[in-house]
Design a protein around this ligand. Structure first.
Ligand code: ADP
Ligand code: ADP
Length: 228
């Protein structure tokens, strides 16, 4: 589903690469954690998958497509296959929960009959079926992240990338978010999550890919946060 083939990324005006010679393959239906200290390259890895960034050398394949070679007008089609969530939720503040989720379908031109069916079903999936009329600022952090997850998966993407999704949440709330991501994974979505949360990684016992200064230094099928 995702292949990094000798990928190097150097940001403009930087001398050291953010990623250097990275080779990773993630199969359809996997759940993988990306770990490593701040600045090790986790966000850069995720942003190459969504074509927010392009590699300087090597190839990034998503669902068999070399995303670095996609023309600008093909990027939206890639993004329909890849849902994204972030530490800071990134909801539209003036729109209700329902509208935030519906908007993801409206911008890709889905018919309103489908929107009326999918949005409530997805709010139900994330446990927010009674909160459709609320504004994001009326919700707790955990609820806001659930809205963001609903928005990311309402289109049934192949891949979900999550960049520190529990970074702003307390431990109990984080567990709820991980249960939800696990449920989404079990529905068939490939999930790739960058995190600093050792407790979560140690509890889930999934694949762990560790980056250090832009290189993969560990890749274990069922790993823990640290090696010690
Ligand atoms: P992580 O997500 O693990 O914290 P990042 O992928 O954000 O790591 O960063 C990897 C390296 O790239 C760091 O050295 C960081 O300072 C650098 N970097 C990240 N974004 C930019 C940018 N927009 N411009 C220049 N350097 C950047
Ligand atoms: P439009 O774009 O046509 O103004 P909306 O996107 O606001 O319509 O709503 C589309 C459909 O979803 C409508 O049938 C509306 O009644 C329904 N709807 C809107 N908000 C909610 C909600 N919070 N809960 C359930 N259904 C809603």
């Amino acid at each position: 589903m995702i292949t990094f083939d000798n990928v190097t990324k150097i940001y403009p005006n930087q001398t050291t690469p953010a990623l250097s010679g990275v080779d990773v393959h993630i199969d359809k239906g996997e759940f993988a954690f990306l770990v490593g200290v701040s600045g090790s390259g986790k966000s850069t890895f995720l942003r190459l998958i969504t074509r927010e960034l392009r590699a300087d050398s090597g190839r990034v394949l998503v669902d068999g497509q070399d995303v670095g070679r996609l023309g600008q007008f093909r990027v939206p089609r890639l993004r329909r296959k890849v849902g994204m969530i972030f530490q800071d939720f990134r909801l539209l503040p003036g729109k209700t929960v329902y509208e935030n989720v519906a908007f993801a379908l409206q911008v890709i031109g889905r018919p309103s009959a489908e929107i009326r069916e999918r949005v409530p079903a997805t709010l139900d999936l994330v446990g927010l079926s009674t909160k459709g009329d609320r504004l994001p600022e009326e919700l707790s952090g955990g609820e806001q992240q659930r809205v963001a997850i609903a928005r990311a998966v309402v289109n049934d993407p192949l891949v979900l990338t999550a960049d520190e999704p529990t970074g702003n949440l307390d431990p109990a709330t984080s567990v709820g978010i991980m249960k939800l991501l696990d449920r989404i994974h079990r529905r068939g979505t490939t999930v790739l999550m960058a995190t600093h949360d050792a407790t979560i990684v140690d509890q889930m016992r999934r694949r762990v890919i560790e980056l250090d200064a832009g290189s993969v230094v560990r890749d274990q099928a069922t790993g823990a946060y640290g090696t010690a």
